[in-house]
Design a protein around this ligand. Structure first.
Ligand SMILES: NC(=O)c1ccc[n+]([C@@H]2O[C@H](COP(=O)([O-])OP(=O)(O)OC[C@H]3O[C@@H](n4cnc5c(N)ncnc54)[C@H](O)[C@@H]3O)[C@@H](O)[C@H]2O)c1
Ligand SMILES: [Zn+2]
Length: 329
């Protein structure tokens, strides 16, 4: 670790589920390597991804005397990765960030690419910074304690990567058998490669290349918010968003219906939702859409897939298309 971090004091930011499982071990190994760690634990869950929580964490770090020579370790899932990364991005105008992702979603997706941030009451990830981690430590053993529902939601991002970039990986997933550790390792490695390659082309999300990673997220984020961040996990809302994006892709990009059906079946295979509950407040989804960052100048930037393994950004999609797709969910 010395090679990456020639510093001594650090904050370990974790949540109330993860800290009791792993924080001791991390604190001890950091201390034995000569670092002085300060553990900061925040309530688990998406509801913690707020500016207030970031402020509270920074206040604790200031009170403990951490300075610009310090660094931040994020120990947890995507929520902790996004918050701890944002803290690292703004603390003394930026200090190094180490990620130790502990969910499948965080290992295969959110720990790569440097996007950090928090939600506001108006929408997901509206405040943030691009701040790449100096180091990401992946240990798949941590997944053993992850609840099944949390494990499965990670597959929503993995299926998304397959749909936008890798038809072969899509077929691998169609034959997926749970419990094969080397296969999981290969799968994760491939996901990291896909995401890193896309991010490298368009780090700051300006040319449209990186935008393909948002496949399924326009509607997914709106569903997440409409459910008050409680009803669906991120990957579950994404699964529904992918279904909507497939319907729109069939209409606007010629996605064949058998490929759409294959995507739906694959999401179901990982126990991900593919229909909204009948009582879900659909109108709230449209309210939430208005705040999506992808609605620049009133134009809708929407990612479609013409066939499994490729995706592109288009301005051809209308709000009516989105409404129809959500109505079908
Ligand atoms: N920055 C990015 O590029 C990016 C990409 C995708 C998603 N995200 C963000 O990631 C977040 C979702 O991430 P997530 O699904 O990892 O959520 P999360 O961080 O809330 O973790 C899910 C749950 O699992 C618990 N947990 C974590 N690791 C565990 C373990 N090993 N054993 C037992 N319990 C464990 C957590 O306490 C939490 O309750 C969303 O906020 C989303 O916006 C960010
Ligand atoms: Zn996502």
């Amino acid at each position: 670790m010395d090679k990456y971090l020639p510093r001594k004091t650090c904050a370990i930011i974790s949540d109330t589920n993860v800290a009791p499982l792993f924080a001791n071990r991390i604190e001890e190994s950091l201390a034995s390597a000569g670092f002085q760690p300060l553990l900061i634990t925040i309530p688990a869950g998406e509801k913690s991804k707020t500016l207030e929580q970031v402020g509270a964490v920074c206040d604790r770090m200031i009170a403990a005397g951490l300075d610009r020579q310090s660094f931040v370790v994020g120990l947890g899932g995507g929520v902790i990765g996004d918050i701890s990364g944002f803290v690292a991005a703004i603390y003394h105008r930026g200090i190094p960030h180490v990620q130790i992702p502990t969910t499948l979603l965080a290992i295969a997706d959110s720990s790569i690419g440097g996007k950090t941030g928090v939600n506001t009451c108006d929408g997901k990830n509206l405040l943030g910074a691009v701040h790449h981690p100096s180091l990401v430590i992946d240990d798949l053993d941590v997944l053993k304690t992850l609840p099944r529902r949390e494990f499965n939601q990670g597959f929503a991002e993995i299926i998304k990567h397959a749909v936008i970039a890798d038809a072969k990986m899509f077929r691998t997933l169609q034959g997926w058998e749970a419990g094969e550790a080397p296969a999981l390792q290969r799968l994760i490695r491939r996901n990291i490669e896909i995401k890193a390659k896309i991010v490298a082309k368009d780090e700051r999300d300006q040319t449209g290349d990186r935008a393909v990673l948002n496949f399924g997220h326009t509607v997914g984020h709106a569903i997440e918010r409409a459910g008050n961040y409680r009803k669906f996990l991120h990957g579950e809302a994404l699964s529904l968003g992918i279904i909507a994006a497939c319907a729109i892709s069939s209409k606007r990009a010629g996605l064949p219906s058998e490929q759409r059906n294959a995507i739906v079946s694959l999401l179901q295979r990982f126990e991900l939702p593919t229909r909204l509950p009948p009582t879900f407040p659909r109108e709230k989804i449209f309210d939430a859409l208005k705040f999506d960052k992808k609605f620049e100048d009133g134009k809708i930037r929407f990612v479609v897939t013409p066939r499994i393994g490729t995706a592109y950004l288009t301005n051809d999609v209308t709000l009516k298309d989105i409404r129809e797709a959500v109505d079908q969910l």
